[in-house]
Design a protein around this ligand. Structure first.
Ligand SMILES: NC(=O)c1ccc[n+]([C@@H]2O[C@H](COP(=O)([O-])OP(=O)(O)OC[C@H]3O[C@@H](n4cnc5c(N)ncnc54)[C@H](OP(=O)(O)O)[C@@H]3O)[C@@H](O)[C@H]2O)c1
Length: 289
């Protein structure tokens, strides 16, 4: 019996990947979720899958958790949490216990742009190189911005406050975490994805100005769009209580999106899902309903 382990089983992407594996007909006894907190894992335990306890910082716990696993879905750790150590431990433990295939979620990087997203790009490249050097089969899945967290960048009260963002009109091709998790499940449950790299951008390319217009049309209320400096955007987010180390990070994301870093649309996600992804308008309308 072949076993698939999904890390981050208590988080949104990991949990949803497990749900999609079950929907695709993978039996619960062939799926293992990794959690570092047993209490948090109780909800996903109701699906009948096995939960193993392990922490990316605790190498021995990973050796035990990965025992007998064939395919490992490595959900990337958050920025500002020493992703390099965490991912290195997970990849090395997988190799040591004989995992055959690692699937890793990276963040999209536009060819030739050279843009470095602090706390993300360096650890993504390190993780991809470590996986490739491990000799294990791999699949690298490049993720776009998540549709369902875009409001974190443009603000949670667009109708009251409008959009106030640094300049740039670049488009991005976001996808929801649910769609991305379904693509993970497709890669994990089908043959033929060994040693491949996919760019999981969505079917629709939108700019923040497009998003403001869509929000205005959906609610029939204006969403004014104002361009401000990066410094002013930083200060605005700080005034909302976002910690200092994160305001610069959020600003960097908006600038990267506006420069078109996440606009590439090779169609990989559509092929893995067998359909187009939801448009931003569809996402907002279904969230309101
Ligand atoms: N593309 C984008 O727009 C975007 C945006 C934000 C983040 N991301 C990336 O996507 C990843 C997944 O997103 P998400 O929404 O699913 O995040 P999430 O809901 O916060 O889930 C993260 C998962 O990782 C687990 N985890 C964290 N540190 C760990 C450790 N040391 N050992 C073992 N497990 C650990 C968490 O466990 P606990 O439940 O115990 O905390 C949780 O299960 C993020 O971690 C980040 O790398 C991408």
């Amino acid at each position: 019996m072949s076993k698939i382990l999904v890390t981050g089983a208590t988080g949104v992407v990991g949990k949803t990947t497990i749900v999609h594996l079950l929907k695709k007909g993978i039996p619960a006894n062939e799926i293992v979720g990794l959690a570092r907190n047993a209490e948090k894992a109780e909800e996903i335990l109701n699906t009948g899958i096995e939960i193993r306890i392990g922490d990316y910082f605790d190498y021995d716990s990973l050796l035990q958790a990965f025992e007998g696993i064939d395919k490992l879905m490595l959900i990337s750790a958050h920025a500002f949490t020493d992703r390099i150590t965490q991912h290195y431990n997970a990849i090395t433990a997988a190799r040591e216990v004989g995992v055959k295939h690692i699937v890793y979620m990276s963040i999209m990087r536009k060819a030739g742009s050279g843009l470095v997203m602090p706390e993300v790009t360096e650890s993504d490249i390190f993780s991809e190189q470590t996986i490739k050097a491990s000799g294990l089969n791999y699949t690298i899945l490049f993720h776009p911005p998540f549709t369902d967290v875009l409001s974190f960048y443009y603000g949670l009260k667009p109708y009251e406050n409008g959009f106030k963002l640094p300049g740039g009109k670049g488009k991005m091709a976001p996808a929801t975490r649910d769609e991305l998790a379904e693509a993970h499940a497709a890669v994990l449950s089908q043959p033929g994805h060994e040693n491949k790299t996919y760019i999981l951008s969505g079917s629709e390319a939108v700019s923040f100005a497009d998003i403001a217009q869509i929000l205005a049309e959906v609610k029939r209320e204006p969403v004014p769009y104002t361009t401000i400096t990066a410094q002013a955007y930083n200060e605005l987010r700080a005034s909302e209580g976002i910690p200092a180390h994160l305001t610069g990070f959020v600003t960097d994301w908006v600038i990267a999106i506006n420069s078109g870093e996440y606009a590439e649309q090779p169609g990989d996600l559509e092929r893995l899902l067998g359909r187009k992804t939801r448009t931003f308008r569809e996402f907002v309308e279904s969230s309101r309903a």
